[in-house]
Design a protein around this ligand. Structure first.
Ligand code: C2O
Length: 556
């Protein structure tokens, strides 16, 4: 197979947005970072060189990493971080996956600016073709912080304070004209009228689910998280951090002109989120007279109202729910939906935020000596001193991790009922995982709880895609709810937003040997401990075992 080589230098670069100049962490000085574009079947080698004083790692989000868990990237889970002045080459094969994904740093909050698109071109023609694709436009949604993100993270961990809102949302690193001092930092793409384009939408934001729309145009979802879907026509999409959505886009406004593309947060409570909007432009190539810039400024007010029409209200849970329910696997002969119809094991876990006393070795400035943590089945995940994969491979788990993650919630609570605070049990701190045999058909039910139940939790699973077979509001009912599962064409994804005040059930064919992280892709919640992991043992065949670690694997 073809080998595609890339070199990533993780380095500082002076960048100005909103009239604030700061040193921004980048790859190769680019923000967003370089696009990795490969073909299905390729072997990828990405040498990452750390040119900063801090540790770093890069994660290939949604890439399956079959047998190559060493290349997955989450710090202290599958590798020790790459230290200052050191390099590590991520080697893996891209097999049986095609579409839009992303890569991002997976160490502290570095992914705030260290991210980029990961695009896999398919072996076979697109199943949705029908029309000729003119070209494609990657649209990476992110956040800009005037402050040093490291400081924001440190402050947040000390007090466990509420979300520190970023200063702007961005499209391909650009906030756009609705923010102060930002008109010149506006993303603009040029399109021809009467054509079909592919828009690759990536949510790389740290802490925000987003709505996205283009004024006066309908969008057609054809793929999510690098899996084809049945086509869905919609005026807007909801996209959680870590999710990707590929859209067909028809430039059918024959009058020509400029149209707004925009993203704004989707939240489930007004406090304390930033409800600003990032916009960019799609400009039809019909040449226009006069100074475009002046005209654009004048038209912005008028156009803002059309984008407001297209974008759902920031609290529109109805839209968000309907939208994600409409996403279904393509399930064609060529791309069958491989959802396990039977399971070998079900794990039910709460996902919750907790307000509690600090553990002894930490300082808490927060609330009466308490601060926020987050947990799964009341275990708040603690990052171990060396990588779990390494310690598992060497069969030396002592002091690193244990295999006693509780597979059911500690008690039968009314998780989402009206008296949440008394049920907000203090968490335990630990690095707890569970282990399954190779090929286990695994179901995990994520159960939200009502304490501080202010936002969805976009849960991300490493090393495997999963099928979202069910979701609902309130408490999961193990008797009734599984009877209503979609076992025909559930969406196959790597990240799914578990609804606030509700639950989601996912199924996994656990056939990738290694150690795999599961966590909330709101970075703040991961920092608070909303994470766990599972181990898939080697299979009986030589082709079903974890490959040995590469020679340059960083040591702790
Ligand atoms: Cu995109 Cu573990 O992350």
């Amino acid at each position: 197979s073809t080998i595609r080589r890339f070199h990533f230098n993780v380095e500082w670069k002076k960048v100005t947005r909103l009239c604030h100049t700061k040193q921004l962490l980048t790859v190769n000085g680019q923000y967003p970072g370089p696009t990795v574009a490969v073909h299905e079947g390729d072997t990828v080698e990405i040498k990452v060189t750390n040119r900063i004083a801090h540790n770093t790692t890069i994660h290939w989000h949604g890439l399956r990493q079959y047998r190559t868990g060493w290349a997955d990237g989450p710090a202290y889970i599958t590798q020790c971080p790459i230290r200052s002045k050191q390099s590590y080459t991520y080697r893996f094969k891209v097999e049986d996956q095609r579409g839009t994904l992303l890569w991002h740093a997976h160490h502290s909050w570095q992914r705030a600016s260290v991210y980029g698109a990961f695009i896999i071109y398919p072996r076979k023609p697109y199943p949705f073709s029908g029309s000729h694709i003119q070209s494609e436009i990657p649209i990476i949604l992110g956040e800009w912080w005037n402050n040093d993100v490291d400081l924001v993270e440190k402050e947040m961990l000390k007090t466990g304070g509420g979300p520190n809102a970023s200063d702007a949302y961005t499209i391909n690193g650009l906030p756009g004209p609705l923010y102060p001092c930002s008109t010149k930092d506006t993303f603009t793409a040029t399109v021809d009228a009467g054509k079909t384009y592919i828009l690759r939408i990536i949510n790389a934001a740290l802490n925000s689910e987003l709505f996205f729309a283009v004024s006066n145009h309908t969008l057609t979802v054809v793929e999510v998280d690098a899996v084809y879907t049945k086509p869905v026509e919609t005026k807007a999409i909801m996209i959680a951090p870590g999710q990707t959505t590929t859209l067909l886009f028809r430039t059918n406004q024959l009058s020509g002109g400029e149209f707004l593309i925009a993203a704004t947060p989707y939240v489930t409570s007004v406090f304390p989120f930033d409800n600003s909007t990032t916009v960019g432009f799609l400009r039809y190539t019909k040449p226009e007279k006069n100074s475009e810039i002046t005209r654009r400024r004048r038209r912005l007010t008028a156009m803002s109202s059309t984008i407001v029409d297209a974008l759902p209200n920031m609290l529109d849970t109805k839209f968000a729910t309907r939208f994600s329910d409409n996403i279904k696997s393509l399930g064609s002969e060529e791309y069958p939906c491989k959802v396990p119809t039977k399971i070998d094991k079900r794990v039910i876990t709460t996902i919750s935020l907790n307000l509690q006393n600090c553990p002894l070795n930490q300082t808490c400035g927060g609330y009466d000596g308490k601060r926020y943590f987050a947990s799964m089945n009341n275990v708040s995940f603690v990052r171990p001193p060396i990588s779990i994969l390494q310690s598992y491979y060497k069969k030396q788990s002592k002091g690193v991790f244990s295999l006693d993650f509780p597979e059911n919630p500690p008690n039968r609570f009314d998780f989402t009922g009206v008296n949440p605070v008394s049920e907000n049990m203090n968490t335990e701190f630990g690095t707890k995982l569970f282990e399954v045999e190779f090929g286990t058909r695994l179901e995990i039910v994520f159960q939200g709880t009502s304490f501080l139940n202010v936002e969805n939790h976009p849960l991300h699973v490493h090393g495997h895609n999963f099928f979202v077979v069910g979701r609902g509001f309130g408490n999961f009912d193990p008797e009734k709810d599984p009877k209503r599962y979609n076992l025909v064409d559930p969406p196959e994804r790597n990240t799914y937003a578990v609804p606030t005040g509700g639950w989601a059930a996912i199924r996994i064919n656990a056939d990738n040997p290694g150690v795999w992280f599961i966590h909330c892709h709101l970075e703040q919640h991961t920092s608070w401990g909303l994470a766990m992991g599972f181990i898939v043992k080697d299979g009986p065949l030589p082709s079903q075992t974890l490959l040995p670690p590469p020679h340059d694997l960083p040591q702790c």
